[in-house]
Design a protein around this ligand. Structure first.
Ligand code: GDP
Length: 176
C-alpha cells in the first residue's frame, strides 16, 4: 500500500583488481560523482558508503571496501572479501594482463569467499577506445561462463558506473 515504509538493506562490497585499473576512481565516481586524473594510491584499504534506489520501495546501502592492488597488500584481501556480500573485480580494457589478474581474483573469490557472493566484472577505462587491448566479446564470454555480471565502465566519464552498482543491488537478497 502507499503507506508502507521503504525497504532498506545494507551490504558489504569489496573491490579487487590489479593496481591502477581504476578501483578507487570507480568508487569515487559512484560515491561522490567525482573523478581525479592524479589520484594517490590507496594504502591498505579505504572505506566509503553509497546508496542506490533499486525500485520505488527499496533502498540498498553499500559499504564499500576499496583494496590496494599492489602485490605487497595481496595477503590482506581475504580480510575484506571474507564476509563480503558482493565484489567488483576490475580490469583495464587497455591492459590485457589486468584481465588475467582479474580472472585469478574471481577464482580466489569463488573458492574462498562467501558461497552466495555476487561477483561483477568491470572492464574500466572504456573512454580509452583507441588503446583498447581486450575485446568486449572476449571478456563478456568469460564473464558469462564464470557466472559474473559484466559491464565496461569509465570512472572518467561516469559511463555505466551507476548501472554496474545498480545491477549488483538488484541481485542481492532483500527480505520483504
Ligand atoms: P586503482 O589503483 O585501481 O585504485 O586505480 P586508480 O583509481 O588510482 O586509477 C589509476 C589511474 O587511472 C589514475 O591516474 C586514474 O586517473 C586513471 N583512471 C581511472 N579510471 C579511469 C577511466 O575510466 N578512464 C581513464 N582514462 N583513466 C582512468
Amino acid at each position: 500500500t502507499s503507506t508502507s515504509s521503504p525497504r532498506f538493506a545494507q551490504f558489504k562490497l569489496v573491490l579487487l583488481g590489479e593496481s591502477a585499473v581504476g578501483k578507487s576512481s570507480l568508487v569515487n565516481r559512484f560515491a561522490k560523482d567525482q573523478f581525479d586524473d592524479f589520484r594517490e594510491s590507496t594504502i591498505g584499504a579505504a572505506f566509503l558508503t553509497q546508496t542506490v534506489q533499486v525500485d520505488p520501495n527499496t533502498i540498498v546501502k553499500f559499504e564499500i571496501w576499496d583494496t590496494a592492488g599492489q602485490e605487497r597488500y595481496k595477503s590482506l584481501a581475504p580480510m575484506y572479501y571474507r564476509n563480503a556480500n558482493c565484489a567488483v573485480v576490475v580490469y583495464d580494457i587497455t591492459q590485457s594482463a589486468s584481465l588475467t589478474r582479474a580472472k585469478a581474483w574471481v577464482k580466489e573469490l569463488q573458492h574462498q569467499a562467501n558461497e552466495n557472493i555476487i561477483i561483477a566484472l568491470a572492464g574500466n577505462k572504456f573512454d580509452l577506445q583507441e588503446s583498447r587491448d581486450v575485446d568486449t566479446s572476449v571478456a563478456e564470454a568469460y564473464a558469462k561462463e564464470a557466472g559474473l555480471l559484466f559491464f565496461e565502465t569509465s570512472a572518467k566519464t561516469g559511463e555505466n558506473v551507476t548501472e554496474l552498482f545498480t545491477a549488483i543491488a538488484k541481485k542481492l537478497p532483500i527480505e520483504s
